[in-house]
Write a protein that binds this ligand. Structure first.
Ligand SMILES: [Zn+2]
Length: 328
């Protein structure tokens, strides 16, 4: 397997992206923070923006995640697998999950990103929880300017796998190893931030949303896609318990090294509307008849209600005028 050399044309600190220190929040012109001494380093084209204390916090999660994904046979030795996602290559692994991804992706491009930022060229998009970066690759092909963020950076299932996209892209989009609650970007510079099948992994959903909103421009959007939604909290809790017992049985890991959010409910989404002064636009892409009938089938068979996938979009308030004339 060829590795991307450190000096590949990956432009990790893409022109125009302003950074801030993920540890202390100070603006940083280069890769070093003069305020706290933390430095973002570059390894195999990936900007490492996890301060040591964050790395210590997430090490258990990253280890377990990589262990489970490897046991599940995620990733491939062949470039075609990555270049075909979300279609094609996904047929090898969990085809139903990839069908959902493909439909969400089509909906995202057609309905949510069409026209975004086009007035001043291609739009700058944050791909939060990028995994092997297939979405960033697709966004780059479509003329957007993606920036990938994930905790997992390995070559097969993490951001290192993006090396395969160099076969079709002149340069790679920037990739940052960072946590959702401490993004290494200055305020208000992205047209949209997309949590693509990743928001459920966050430990603090409110902090993750605050950070994403901070990084998008006024009028920009934060989009949650492919995170399970349950009509009742109890069903979501049961799903997490089932998942944990599956992980313990099949992979010998508890899956609890980090307490993740796991799923969405209306109650939680409403809570965020109040906490962050946002309004959710709810989008319901059509995932096919079999998918639509899952709740009915589950009820008939007396099973737990299944998850549903919707897309949630919150827009950042446009900047309000600094001063209103006093009517007196
Ligand atoms: Zn700092």
């Amino acid at each position: 397997m060829s590795r991307e050399p450190p000096d590949a044309p990956a432009a990790p600190l893409a022109p125009g992206i302003r950074l801030r220190c993920p540890r202390c929040g100070a603006g940083i012109p280069g890769m070093e923070c003069r305020a706290c001494g933390f430095s973002i380093t570059l390894q195999h084209g990936i900007a490492r923006a996890l301060p040591p204390e964050s790395m210590a916090r997430f090490a258990g999660f990253i280890h377990e995640y990589e262990q489970v994904r490897e046991a599940e046979g995620r990733g491939s030795d062949h470039a075609d697998f990555y270049l075909g996602l979300p279609r094609g290559g996904g047929a090898l692994q969990d085809p139903r999950q990839w069908q959902v991804r493909a439909r969400s992706h089509a909906y995202l491009c057609r309905r949510l990103l069409a026209g975004a930022g086009k007035a001043n060229g291609s739009d700058r998009l944050l791909d939060l929880g990028a995994g092997n970066c297939w979405l960033s690759y697709r966004l780059a092909l479509a003329g957007h300017r993606p920036c990938a963020v994930d905790l997992v950076a390995n070559d097969r299932d993490g951001m290192g796998a993006a090396r395969h996209y160099l076969a079709r892209l002149p340069t790679l989009f920037p990739r940052f190893q960072a946590s959702f609650d401490r993004l290494p970007f200055a305020d208000a510079q992205f047209d949209a931030a997309i949590f693509n099948a990743s928001f459920h992994y966050t430990t603090d959903g409110e902090a993750a949303l605050r950070e994403a909103l901070r990084c998008v421009r006024p009028g920009g959007a934060v989009i949650i896609a492919d995170t399970p939604w349950y009509p009742r909290e109890a069903d979501g809790r049961r799903m997490l318990a089932e998942r944990e017992s599956h992980l313990r049985r099949c992979h010998g890991v508890a899956g609890a090294s980090i307490a993740m959010l796991g799923f969405l409910t209306d109650a939680w989404l409403h809570e965020m509307e109040h906490a962050l002064s946002i309004r959710w636009e709810v989008h319901r892409p059509w995932y096919g008849l079999a998918w639509a009938l899952r709740p009915v089938v589950a009820t008939l068979r007396g099973r737990r209600r299944p998850s549903r996938f919707r897309m949630y979009v919150a827009r950042k308030h446009s900047a309000t005028p600094a001063h209103h004339a006093d009517p007196r």
